[in-house]
Design a protein around this ligand. Structure first.
Ligand SMILES: *Cc1c(COP(=O)(O)O)cnc(C)c1O
Ligand code: SF4
Length: 372
């Protein structure tokens, strides 16, 4: 594991997250300077008007500036393809979240869990984000009155047992607001667990301070889901941030989005998932890239995803293998896509093709029925 060059890291304040936030790159001039051009093209100007940009100095420093197709750069530096709306199916709200929203900021798509949009702000804006439609909507942090309404909604539906706090990135909230929100959401006594979705360990690991982990620890059972997409994001700083969460008794799992030109090959994903395993972060989902408007250039085929998963099953252990899922349009929910090992089965025999391509028979298969 590596990370930013030593001369950058030795700057005073580099490890101070507040310094990182106040030195976030987000202006037109900073983008032009990075691209080494006196002024932005009209195309890029239109991109950042529609989809603003921001990257912490830490995340920005991970870019290899000699590589035009650098995977970190592709994730955080705007490009003109974001206004190519040529692929069929692209939608600003690809998962129909709006129509599954009983109250602004609350999304209820599955029976036993709801999702709260805690803010629309992030420390770095991922160009592949499936909620990029919200970036220009102004910050939408729920008020105490909003949370109260959400708690009423949740309390009235006893089958809800989990609240997922997402965004935007909930760890952009002040410690006081976050603490109050986590506390208030628990007022619905049917809530058994909280889950927080955050990219902070990846883009601003220094934000995971001792004070923050102490705060989070007080709200256990609390799970964290983070979002590493490339092995180069697994720096020493990121590993330490995850370790601080784990040592506070907070399990950390990971979502990866399958992104063309970033991680859509076996070697990159093997190295990412085994790297996560090494820092004790569980690969949870590999998401097929949603058909979010403004992300067409990141979409690859489902066949590519299946082929990668098939290889991984043959090569590495179960703790390194996430579930590959397609989040279906129109609010159809997540559909797992498994490489197919079972070729055929009847009352007596099930026929499999192994990951190396051998045909193996399992005899005494019970056929239809069983104990289900
Ligand atoms: C993905 C998602 C969840 C969480 O689903 P899990 O399968 O439990 O990770 C919950 N609510 C919404 C709206 C989601 O999109
Ligand atoms: S951190 Fe999450 S919500 Fe924020 S821009 Fe990235 S993908 Fe979107």
């Amino acid at each position: 594991m590596t990370g930013p060059a030593p001369e950058i890291k030795s700057r005073p304040d580099w490890n101070n997250w507040k310094w990182q936030v106040s030195n976030t790159q987000s202006t037109r001039a900073q983008l032009a300077s990075f691209l080494n051009t006196p002024s932005l093209t009209d195309g890029l100007s239109r991109v950042i008007e529609k989809y603003p940009w921001a990257a912490t100095p830490y995340y920005f420093s991970l870019i290899d500036t000699h590589d035009a197709q650098d995977p970190i750069k592709r994730q955080c530096v705007p490009c003109e393809h974001e206004l190519d709306f040529s692929l069929p199916g692209s939608d600003p709200d690809p998962l129909a979240e709006k129509s599954h929203s009983p109250y602004p900021g609350l999304i209820h798509r599955y029976q036993d869990r709801v999702l709260v949009i805690a803010t629309s702000r992030c420390f770095s804006y991922c160009r592949h984000c499936n909620r990029k439609r919200n970036w220009n909507a102004g910050n939408t942090v729920p008020t105490s009155a909003d949370i109260k309404k959400m708690v009423q909604y949740i309390s009235a539906r006893r089958h809800i047992r989990e609240v997922i706090i997402s965004g935007g990135d909930p760890l952009t909230l002040s410690a006081e607001m976050l603490d109050r929100m986590l506390h208030d959401l628990r007022k619905a006594d049917n809530v058994e667990v909280l889950r927080l979705g955050t990219r902070v360990p990846v883009v601003l690991p220094m934000r995971i301070t001792k004070e923050l982990t102490t705060l989070l620890k007080a709200h256990r059972p609390l799970w964290i889901n983070t979002h590493f997409n490339h092995p180069r994001e697994l720096t020493d700083d990121a590993a330490s941030a995850c370790d601080r969460l784990l040592c506070a008794g907070i399990p950390v799992s990971n979502h990866t989005v399958l992104l063309k030109g970033v991680n859509d090959d076996v070697d990159t994903l093997r190295s990412l998932f085994t790297g996560l395993n090494r820092i004790m972060v569980r690969p949870y989902y590999l998401f097929h890239c949603d058909a979010a408007k403004g992300t067409d250039h990141f979409r690859t085929s489902i066949e590519t995803g299946v082929r990668i998963m098939q290889k991984l099953w043959g090569e590495t252990g179960g703790l390194c293998i996430p579930r590959y899922v397609v989040d279906l349009p129109a609010g159809g929910g997540k559909a797992p896509v498994m490489p197919s090992f079972l070729l055929h089965s009847d009352g007596n025999t099930a026929v499999f093709r192994t990951s190396e391509g051998r045909i193996v028979k399992y005899r005494g298969a019970l056929g239809a029925g069983g104990n289900v």
